[in-house]
Design a protein around this ligand. Structure first.
Ligand SMILES: [Zn+2]
Ligand SMILES: [Zn+2]
Length: 157
């Protein structure tokens, strides 16, 4: 598959045409075929080395994206073909931020597109916990847009 892969050590963003396809590892994993993936201010800060992110290996950026379920593990409630959006934040549910429902500030460092591979790729594997079904009548473009704008407005306000 194609992916935009970023290496924090060299600050180089590379378009790879033969990046390995993600695989279902855990039973509740979902592989999303990405339809829309936002470019957020945080991505620009990550690429400038101004925002903490994965540095031990190159990874795929992109933390606000929508798509269609491509495959789902046996313990997932999702099924192939469903339109979804992905919440990039992974709460630890133990720290003070998580216990106050402010899990976007959690420092557990598992966020999609920051610490694990994200949505600047044709396919992305995520836990079902991050996946939300888009209702009928909401397009994939609208879903991604709402996610991106909520995140940006939240940051600014
Ligand atoms: Zn963002
Ligand atoms: Zn936490």
């Amino acid at each position: 598959m194609e992916a935009l892969v970023f290496d924090l050590k060299t600050k180089v963003l590379k378009h790879e045409k033969k990046h390995p396809m993600p695989e279902i590892v855990k039973d509740d994993d979902v592989i999303v075929k990405v339809a829309y993936s936002g470019v957020c201010g945080t991505d620009l800060h990550i690429m400038a080395g101004e925002f903490p992110a994965r540095s031990d290996r190159p990874f795929t950026l992109g933390h606000e994206f929508s798509g269609v379920v491509h495959a789902a593990g046996p313990a997932s409630a999702f099924r192939a073909g469903q339109k979804v959006v992905v919440d990039p934040n992974r709460p630890c549910n133990l720290c003070n931020h998580c216990r106050r429902s402010k899990y976007q500030f959690c420092a557990a460092r598992a966020n999609i597109g920051v610490w694990v591979d994200g949505g600047w790729a044709q396919y992305c594997v995520v836990s079902s916990l991050h996946v939300f079904l888009l209702p009928d009548g909401v397009s994939l473009a609208q879903g991604e847009r709402v996610l991106l704008e909520c995140a940006v407005v939240w940051r600014v306000s």
